[in-house]
Design a protein around this ligand. Structure first.
Ligand code: SF4
Length: 837
């Protein structure tokens, strides 16, 4: 302010006739206060005048819009760059089309927008009358180092971006006509091209004042920053929040929290919010990260013809207030879809299926919306129809009531009549429209309601300049988030940057260094970085390394205060299950009871089973299911065809494999890993079958569902296969796709292994035999016969009787928490094994 006042006095300019340009809008209020404070203590007449008359403190955008009253608001026309992704992406597509690159517009449009945006600041600083000539002069020079045919596309993109920026009008163009009596430009860490151009226009009636040199350097040298080396991002966020709280506790307010890393800043913000700290966020949130944006994208992701059932369910769960989408109906539909294994929504059968009754009911309302949004149409019609879909699914009102939702509605022009802005836009497919919406939401910003008086201000490093902060907390000071030499934005080469007047890498590095040095001039500064990320070591920023090299640094102690918390371990659960009578028992349920009674109680009696995933990668278990299924089909065919020679059997088993693939609805890509091992498994199985048949055994039935009463209980099970041996006795077979040693262990462990004995209990036959058949992937298929299966069966039945009797009498069902049983147990979150004493 002293420099400004001197400049006015030297030129005999009255303060009210001066315009002072500031590097960013948040300084306007601060500058007015500083001017008033500077004049308030004045004694002479000149100073008294200073206190009463205030110059116009403006940013270029603010100044331009304040001239709107006289000249009317700025209205972009034609292909003007608008710095609005929703509009500029469409303009970029049409420019590419005109340039003969229409067939690549999906890939190139966003890159063209990025290139043109990076030029907007320099183009806006060229007086409007000279701008086209400026573009024409630079265009031939721009491609000078891109002559190779391989770079032809880059050269074309650059030329189109330059022509676009050079032929555009900008809201600040009217400033070239404004000609104030006196113009002062307060410079930030980087020169603003427009401010410099306006200064040139104003010649002697302008002055530039570097803010960095003016503030706050006249203080005594500050102590060194407190250096915090955190273990990882979570540790860093916790320490940063604690640093802020410590400053506030010392009465230092406001505290600047520098936003170098959006995720980390949101985490710190959430911790401070919990403590009731009033914060003002000057960086805003990416619109795409708000719930409102997710609502719109959720609807669009559920629309493609090949949408996963999970995507449709996700949308329905957000559309709960719409008719037909009631929560109970959606939950019931989800259960059916998961049990039936409908992975793609289009696979839901049209013909009535009893097991999908409620899903099919919900599908009627869903398919009405999906079919309405299937075909290509012009953008305004898309916007109207999207609005209709949001209304019919009950999501529109929620958007209108939400702050971020209102921004989403206006960014996407979803309000009634707003779509007219895109009247001339071309026809788009659903994919192109979804991509347009996605890009507009990615580029949009949402700023939540801010408190008037903030204890903490979240801001970028460069915006610290000139702010009255009592302390600075600087997390994210690692080599990735705070590089000493930042990467310039845009697709330009260093030579092109120089030609276009864009800041060079060196000037960006200089500005970054100035901003860093300025932050360290504050009296209380905390510098934080993390030593590792995603398991990799992370090096601190070069700026931090300079301090560590130049000084003997003692790291700051952890600012988090330890609290003594009494240990409250969870006791082991010890329920009784007599109130939940068991009437049906399968082999796997009984296995649960034997391994851990609590697991049986939770998963079988309370039936707290996790629903099946609809979208999951196929694994070993799926391979097993596929093999089981194809072997049943193969033997059913073989039973009628009775083919003996190997080639005929190979053809038959291949047909069975195809049918099993279809029945399990496996796509070609999902089947690929199976296809790689299938020939080996097939040869091994057919060889085993020939040997097995040579003993006189004959296939009888596959996948037979059987039951057997046992007192009040019914034993149930599905047997993989039953054969007749040469003497007519039954042979129970269970297929295994596990390592051979595991199958061998089952046989050795006798009573420990209950599976074959349980299956034997489902048949009234005291002469039967039972075996596991290991379907080898690398080794030949092999039979493992269980000797004395009848004796084991009888012992098992006795055991079941005893166990059920004790259960009915209210015996405790403890969580045993031992051995391998717990490793993959679905009830681990219920028994709380990890929190026991
Ligand atoms: S995690 Fe272990 S103790 Fe807990 S229910 Fe499962 S098997 Fe039992």
């Amino acid at each position: 302010m002293a420099g400004l006042k001197k400049a006015l006095r030297d030129r005999h300019v009255h303060p009210a006739n001066a315009v002072v340009l500031l590097p960013y809008a948040q300084l306007m209020q601060r500058a007015r206060k500083a001017w008033a404070a500077h004049g308030a203590g004045a004694q002479d007449g000149q100073h008294a005048e200073t206190a009463v008359f205030v110059p116009r403190f403006e940013t270029t955008m603010n100044w331009a819009s304040s001239l709107g009253g006289r000249l009317g608001p700025f209205v972009p026309t034609g292909t003007d760059l608008q710095m609005d992704v929703a509009v500029d992406t469409l303009t970029a597509a049409s420019l590419l089309h005109k340039a003969g690159l229409g067939n690549q517009q999906d890939v190139l449009a966003s890159r063209l927008v990025e290139a043109a945006w990076s030029l907007a600041r320099v183009a806006a600083a060229v007086p409007p009358g000279d701008r086209v000539a400026w573009g024409e002069r630079l265009a031939p020079l721009l491609s000078a180092d891109l002559e190779s045919p391989a770079l032809a596309r880059e050269a074309a993109l650059g030329r189109i971006a330059l022509a676009w920026a050079a032929t555009s009008s900008y809201p600040t163009d009217r400033l070239f006509e404004a000609r104030p009596v006196f113009l002062a430009v307060l410079e930030g860490f980087q020169q603003e091209p427009l401010g410099t151009a306006l200064q040139v226009c104003s010649a002697d009636a302008a002055v530039s004042i570097a803010l960095d040199a003016a503030m706050p350097g006249d203080r005594p040298a500050p102590p060194r920053p407190a250096m915090h080396r955190a273990l990882d991002a979570e540790d860093e966020a916790g320490r940063a929040a604690a640093c802020v709280l410590a400053h506030l506790a010392q009465g230092r307010s406001p505290v600047a929290l520098i936003a170098q890393d959006r995720l980390l800043t949101r985490r710190v913000g959430a911790m401070l919010g919990e403590r009731g700290v009033a914060m003002r966020d000057e960086t805003g949130w990416k619109l795409s990260t708000t719930r409102a944006a997710a609502t719109v994208m959720g609807l669009l992701r559920a629309m493609p013809w090949d949408a996963p059932a999970d995507a449709v369910l996700d949308w329905l769960k957000n559309a709960v207030s719409a008719p037909g989408f009631a929560p109970a109906a959606v939950d019931a539909a989800e259960t059916e879809l998961r049990e039936y294994g409908v992975r793609l929504w289009r696979d839901l059968p049209q013909a009535p299926v009893p097991a999908l009754e409620r899903a099919q009911l919900v599908a009627r309302a869903v398919d009405a919306v999906r079919s309405a949004l299937a075909r290509a149409r012009p953008l305004p019609v898309w916007l109207r129809d999207l609005r209709g879909a949001l209304q019919s699914s009950g999501q529109w009102d929620a958007l209108a009531l939400d702050g971020a939702g209102q921004v989403v509605q206006s960014v996407l022009r979803l309000h009634e009549g707003a779509e007219a802005e895109f009247e001339s836009a071309p026809t788009m497919t659903l994919v192109a429209f979804t991509s347009w919406v996605h890009q507009a939401l990615e580029a949009g910003t949402f700023t939540p309601v801010q408190p008037n008086e903030a204890q903490v201000v979240i801001l970028p490093l460069a915006q610290l300049l000139g702010r009255p902060m009592q302390a600075v907390v600087l997390p994210g000071c690692d080599e990735i988030r705070l590089p000493v030499s930042p990467e310039p934005s845009g697709p330009w080469t260093p030579a092109q940057r120089e030609l276009l007047g864009l800041p060079s890498r060196q000037s960006l590095a200089k500005a970054q260094r100035q901003a860093w040095a300025y932050a360290l001039r504050h009296a209380h500064v905390d510098v934080l970085w993390r030593a590792s990320e995603a398991g990799e070591r992370l090096v601190p920023s070069g700026f931090v390394q300079e301090i560590l090299l130049d000084h003997v640094i003692t790291f700051a102690p952890d600012p988090r205060l330890p609290r003594a918390v009494p240990a409250r371990p969870t006791p082991r659960p010890l329920p009784t299950g007599d109130a939940l009578p068991v009437t049906r028992l399968s082999a796997s349920a009984y296995e649960d009871l034997r391994r851990c009674p609590y697991r049986f109680f939770a998963l079988r009696q309370l039936r707290l089973q996790a629903p099946d995933e609809l979208e999951s990668e196929l694994g070993k278990r799926d391979f097993g299911n596929w093999l089981h299924s194809l072997l049943k089909i193969f033997h059913d065919i073989l039973k009628t065809a009775a083919a003996q020679d190997i080639p005929a059997r190979v053809a038959m088993i291949n047909i069975a494999a195809e049918r099993a693939t279809q029945e399990l609805a496996l796509s070609e890509s999902e089947f690929l890993p199976f296809a790689a091992i299938w020939p080996r498994v097939r040869e091994g199985y057919l060889a085993w079958l020939a040997e097995h048949e040579a003993t006189g055994a004959v296939f009888d039935v596959g996948e037979a569902s059987l039951s057997m009463p046992l007192g009040r209980l019914t034993l149930i099970g599905k047997i993989d296969r039953m054969d007749r041996q040469s003497d007519g006795h039954a042979l129970l077979i269970d297929y295994k796709t596990e390592p051979r040693s595991t199958t061998a262990e089952r046989i050795k462990s006798g009573q420990e292994d209950t599976q074959l004995a349980f299956y034997a209990a489902l048949i009234e036959d005291d002469t039967l035999a039972a075996a596991y058949v290991n379907l080898g992937e690398k080794e030949p298929t092999k039979t493992y016969t269980q000797p004395d299966i009848v004796g084991l069966r009888d012992e098992l039945i006795e055991g079941i009787r005893d166990d059920m009797e004790r259960l009915e009498q209210g015996a405790a069902l403890p969580a045993l928490g031992e051995g391998k049983a717990c490793d993959y147990c679905a009830a681990r979150g219920l028994c709380r094994k990890d929190f026991w004493k």
